[in-house]
Design a protein around this ligand. Structure first.
Ligand code: F0G
Length: 354
């Protein structure tokens, strides 16, 4: 059986690599594009062609792996010995895994108490040096920028140009799978890198003749962290969707440009809307995504209600991270429904209402 190509090998012609670039891969990319079964009818647009891009099926459970394979490969090529990132969790897990494989030291700076359990577990086990700051992601990223100015450490946040180049491959995969571009893309926005990367990817597809048109890009911040929507940085961002708890997105301008050029929008959704979408997609479609990823679905619901989505539109929701990363939130929303019984048949029958 032929070996599966790495992401970098597959999209080599579109990526800033040469034959000399050592490839550090964990089998990233090639994630499923799964059609929705029940949501279109439930939302009142039964003919909508809705697909979920399951980025939580990447090796460390989020889309970050697409950019990280490139960032770490290029850091290795450049002779870097250490990498560093600030993170709301997923970047740290991905950086730690790829750096570990490449034999690089990895430092991760996290906002204390605000990172989902599974992501901290990953960073620990992949062997990163972890520091928590009593502050938010934006402060952590500022510190990372400062320390990297003084020391020879490569930043692997999405301000590293290779990160977005790698992440744009997800858009290419969508076009390859559908044989066309979607009409609409719904995607969560935190540091605003991913929406920018997708837009690059879709533009590339159109420019290279892989598709005729480009989608409208709709990005969603969490209401308590909606700096772009409000038009000013937020010093104390707050949301249940901790992955996008960011008050001063680094790729702000490029994300605004993506929304503008594509005739889309950066909008926000509330924690309540996020939690509703989070449970709905799990119940109805069998997809366990992170709360932050559910912001994309909450955004879709909002735009369907606003009458924005035509009957037969092709729509893709980017589900950026695996729900298993944040077991606390899942348990919090459903724990009260778990019955605990004595181990007897009678009690069991009562409990399952037979
Ligand atoms: N969804 C998930 C699951 C994320 O982890 C992130 C960002 C986003 C969406 C937003 O993507 O930042 O490119 O707009 N997580 C970063 C991190 C900030 O540190 O893991 P973005």
């Amino acid at each position: 059986m032929p070996e599966k190509l790495t992401l970098i090998e597959k999209y080599r012609e579109h990526l800033p690599v040469t034959d000399k670039t050592p490839i550090v891969s964990l089998g990233e990319g090639g994630t499923p594009l799964v059609p929705a079964e029940h949501l279109p009818a439930l939302l009142g647009v039964p003919k909508m062609r809705l697909f979920f891009k399951l980025e939580g099926l990447n090796p460390t459970g989020s889309f970050k792996d697409r950019g990280m394979t490139l960032a770490i490969s290029k850091a290795t090529e450049a002779g870097s010995r250490a990498v560093i990132c600030a993170s709301t969790g997923n970047t740290s897990a991905s950086a730690a895994a790829f750096a570990g494989k490449a034999g690089l030291k990895c430092y991760v700076i996290l906002p204390a108490g605000k990172v989902a359990l599974g992501k901290v577990a990953q960073a620990i086990l992949y062997g990163a040096k972890i520091v928590q700051v009593n502050g938010n992601f934006d402060q952590a990223l500022q510190l990372v920028r400062e320390v990297a100015e003084e020391y020879a450490i490569t930043i692997v946040n999405s301000i590293n140009p290779y990160r977005l180049e790698g992440q744009k491959t997800a858009a290419i995969e969508i076009v390859e799978k559908l044989g066309r571009a979607p009409d609409f893309v719904f995607i969560p926005v935190g540091n605003a890198g991913n929406i920018s990367a997708y837009w690059r990817g879709f533009k590339l597809c159109q420019d290279s003749g892989m598709c005729q048109h480009r989608p409208r890009m709709f990005g969603f911040e969490a209401e308590g962290a909606a700096a772009i929507v409000k038009g000013a940085p937020i010093s104390n961002p707050e949301t249940i969707a901790t992955a996008i708890r960011i008050g001063n997105p680094a790729s702000w301008q490029e994300a605004v440009k993506a929304a503008h050029e594509s005739n889309g929008q950066i909008d926000s959704v509330s924690d309540k809307e996020i939690l509703y979408a989070y449970q709905l997609v799990a119940h109805q479609e069998g997809i366990f995504c992170e709360p932050s990823s559910a912001a994309a679905i909450a955004g879709l619901i909002k735009k369907v209600k606003a009458g924005l989505i035509p009957e037969q539109a092709f729509v893709t929701c980017v589900l950026t991270g695996n729900g298993l990363k944040d077991p606390d939130t899942a348990i919090k929303v459903g724990e009260k429904e778990i019955a605990t019984i004595e181990p007897t048949l009678t009690k069991l029958k009562e409990a399952i209402e037979l």
